[in-house]
Design a protein around this ligand. Structure first.
Ligand SMILES: N[C@@H](CCC(=O)N[C@@H](CS)C(=O)NCC(=O)O)C(=O)O
Length: 190
């Protein structure tokens, strides 16, 4: 049995939406978390090793970090077509965007928000503007990160801009894409 530990108004919202889009047989288990402002408490019912969300359990197995959870679920529910499978066109780009989100985008967004700069950051991750340019490149040629195919990578990579509108760049290709993603997601929410 699969269980998703989530908390409303957090990064786990993307995964709750994905579960609905996949019509996945995943039990949604709401937990409390410690919020950025210090409010809230760690929920003893949440098995995540640091009390974070989202966290997916599947029998004795468990998955953390949204990129990994997205991949786990889109592979597990292939009929929804929300991520290219192994051997399908676009698989490499799909894996790349999920990993790029986790390994580069999220750290850069946090560092920008925190106002932290250092040459080592640029050497390892480049910078916010470079990250925005990487995102904009495919979106100048097609509606989604994988071209004509919408995928869960669009949901993951657009999620910070949906939440923190202050982070939304001026780049029209990205603004339009975020709007498209918002529309897709609102259909599910409705
Ligand atoms: N990189 C993780 C971040 C997860 C994360 O930090 N979630 C926040 C909610 S937005 C949380 O659970 N915070 C509670 C805490 O830090 O104790 C992911 O993308 O899954």
């Amino acid at each position: 049995m699969r269980t998703l530990y989530y908390s409303p108004n957090s990064r786990s919202d993307t995964i709750v939406t994905l579960v609905r889009m996949l019509s996945a047989d995943v039990t949604l288990h709401e937990v409390t978390i410690v919020r950025q402002d210090g409010s809230g408490v760690r929920d003893p019912a949440n098995p995540h090793p640091e009390g974070k969300v989202p966290y997916l359990t599947d029998g004795d197995d468990a998955v953390r970090e949204r990129g990994a959870i997205v991949l786990y679920l889109t592979d597990a529910y292939p009929d929804a077509g929300l991520g290219p499978l192994a051997g399908e066109a676009g698989r490499g780009a799909y894996l790349s965007w999920l990993s790029y989100y986790q390994g580069v985008m999220e750290p850069l967004l946090i560092l920008k928000w925190a106002g932290v700069e250092h040459p080592a950051i640029n050497a390892g991750l480049r910078d916010y503007d470079t990250m925005i340019e990487r995102l904009a490149e495919p979106l100048r040629h097609g509606p989604w990160l994988l071209g004509e195919r919408f995928s869960a990578a669009d949901m993951l990579c657009s999620s910070p801009f949906l939440w923190f509108t202050a982070m939304l760049p001026e780049e029209p290709a990205i603004r339009d894409w975020v709007e498209r993603c918002k529309e897709r997601i609102s259909v599910v929410a409705a």
